[in-house]
Structures are given as structure tokens and as C-alpha cells.
Write a protein that binds this ligand. Structure first.
Ligand code: SF4
Length: 287
């Protein structure tokens, strides 16, 4: 039973969470794997939200994702040429997180270049596939949790193959190994496999800055192993007791929004000193 697994949970908003079956998304799973305390501050303990800061790279990525969705959608015939794409991008630009207008102007110039190159490449390309889904959320219900994933695009090829496409806006290159090891891409393949058990499914990451792309298709054994891993992680999340969790210093802490919360734990400061990263956590501040 899912509720018995939550017996240890009593922090803040978790009451609402336990009233329904837990939703696991790629972001939640990746956050939990990176740092359990980050997971706690992000999803379980409402004090965390006061420390979250807007990130310019999220704004940049979201702006590009939105305009690419329109570019590939039949619903937006007015966003099809490079000029139209750039105009849409400029009108719907998200400005949160930029430290100054110059930083934002530079980002906008980069976005113009990226989108112009992207549209040019698409126009030159002969592709035997059409978009089947754009910005679509998929969900699969397991006994104790629901797995969800929002996919940028799914193309259907003429031979019936389904290709999951994920735009990455912060990287220049991508390899087959990157796609194979990407938790989100594997979750998307798993979710699509549940919906289309007979179809061949492939996942592709496009580094939109350069147009570099790579694909990988999990075979049946890899898919089964990955699904078991997800069930194992879900069980670890059920067992996780946020009240007893004590943060551990790690390289990730340096740029983490929650470090002001974690330094309140004496053991965290002690370990940070031993690891020699205390000064990096809050430079210039007496901890
Ligand atoms: S500061 Fe470090 S330990 Fe604390 S939540 Fe962030 S990554 Fe985790």
C-alpha cells in the first residue's frame, strides 16, 4: 500500500502529496538521485520555495522550446519562416533570471542565430517523418506511483517508427552514449512503449545551438532493466524520511539555491570544512 510507505512523512505540503498516488517525473527522479535534500527542499518542505531563484538558462530554454513547438505545429501557420520564428521569439521572450539588460541582449542574439540555423537546416532536410505529438505529457500508472514525462516532440516515420525528440539548448554536442545514459530519454521511451507496445521507438537529442544530434533505441532487455531501476528508485523515494535527512556537502552545493538552508545543519558545515569546500558555499560569509 502506498500510504504505509509514507508513514515517516510529515513535512509541510507532503500531506497533500500523500492524499494521492505520487507522481514521478524525470525531473523529480534526477533531483532525488543528485541530492535527497534538494529533493526535500524542492518537493516536500515548503521552506524551500523561498530560496528558489529564477535562472536565465531556464528562461532561455523555455523561450526556444515554445517557439520550436509553434514552428513544428500546424496550428501556427504564421510561425514557419525564419523571419516569423524570430519575430515570435522576440514577442514571447522570457526575461526572468538575467542579471542585466546586456546579458539578456547577448542571449537574444544567440537565440536569433540558433533559430535561424535551425530553420535553415529543417528547410534543407528531407525527412520521412511528421510530428505526431508536440509538448505532450505521457503517463503510466504503476501500483504505487504514476510515472509521467513531457516530451518535446514525437515524430512518426513512414515505416511506423516513433521518434522521440528532445531539444537541448545548453549544449553544443551530443553522442549516442549521451542519449543512452539520459534518464529522461529512457523514461520517455518507457512511457511511449506502454502506449505503443508494437511500434519501434527511438529517442533523439538535438543540440539546437549547433544542430548536432544523436539517437538511441533501448532494446527489450535494457528497457526491462531500466523499468526495474525506476521501481527501485520509486521505492527509495517512498522510504525517504525528510525529517531525518541530513545534507551532505558535494560539488553540486556550490550553485544550489538551497545552500543557505543546508548550512544550518552543523554536520553539513563540519563536513564542508573537512572537504575543503566551506568557502565555496558562501564566499565571504562567516558560516
Ligand atoms: S546545498 Fe548541497 S546538500 Fe543542500 S540541497 Fe543543495 S545540493 Fe543538496
Amino acid at each position: 500500500m502506498v500510504f504505509s510507505k509514507y508513514n515517516n512523512f510529515s513535512v509541510g505540503t507532503l500531506k497533500e502529496e500523500i492524499m494521492k498516488k505520487i507522481l514521478l517525473s524525470p525531473t523529480k527522479i534526477v533531483t532525488f538521485l543528485a541530492c535527497r535534500d534538494k529533493f526535500k527542499w524542492t518537493y516536500l518542505d515548503k521552506r524551500g520555495k523561498w530560496f528558489l531563484r529564477a535562472k536565465h538558462y531556464y528562461s532561455f530554454g523555455t523561450t526556444l522550446h515554445r517557439v520550436l513547438e509553434k514552428y513544428h505545429s500546424e496550428k501556427y501557420p504564421e510561425v514557419k519562416t525564419a523571419e516569423q520564428v524570430l519575430s515570435d521569439m522576440e514577442q514571447n521572450w522570457l526575461s526572468a533570471g538575467y542579471s542585466c539588460s546586456q546579458e539578456m541582449e547577448e542571449a537574444m542574439m544567440e537565440a536569433r542565430e540558433i533559430l535561424t540555423n535551425y530553420v535553415t537546416k529543417q528547410q534543407e532536410r528531407i525527412r520521412d517523418a511528421v510530428p505526431l505529438y508536440l509538448e505532450k505529457q505521457f503517463k503510466h500508472e504503476y501500483d504505487d506511483f504514476n510515472l509521467i514525462g513531457r516530451v518535446d516532440r514525437v515524430d512518426k516515420h513512414s515505416d511506423g517508427m516513433l521518434e522521440i525528440i528532445d531539444y537541448k539548448t545548453g549544449r553544443d554536442t551530443v553522442s549516442e552514449e549521451d542519449v543512452k545514459e539520459d534518464v529522461s530519454m529512457s523514461i520517455y521511451q518507457l512511457l511511449l512503449r506502454k502506449l505503443y507496445p508494437e511500434s519501434k521507438i527511438m529517442a533523439t537529442i538535438i543540440a539546437v545551438k549547433t544542430g548536432d544530434e544523436a539517437s538511441y533505441s533501448l532494446n527489450t532487455d535494457e528497457m526491462n532493466e531500466f523499468e526495474n531501476d525506476i521501481k527501485f528508485i520509486a521505492n527509495e523515494i517512498f522510504k525517504f524520511n525528510p525529517e531525518k535527512s541530513e545534507p551532505e556537502p558535494k560539488p553540486l552545493c556550490e550553485n544550489c539555491d538551497f545552500k543557505r538552508l543546508c548550512i544550518k545543519y552543523p554536520s553539513f558545515v563540519e563536513k564542508a570544512s573537512l572537504n575543503g569546500i566551506k568557502d565555496k558555499l558562501l564566499p565571504g560569509k562567516q558560516i
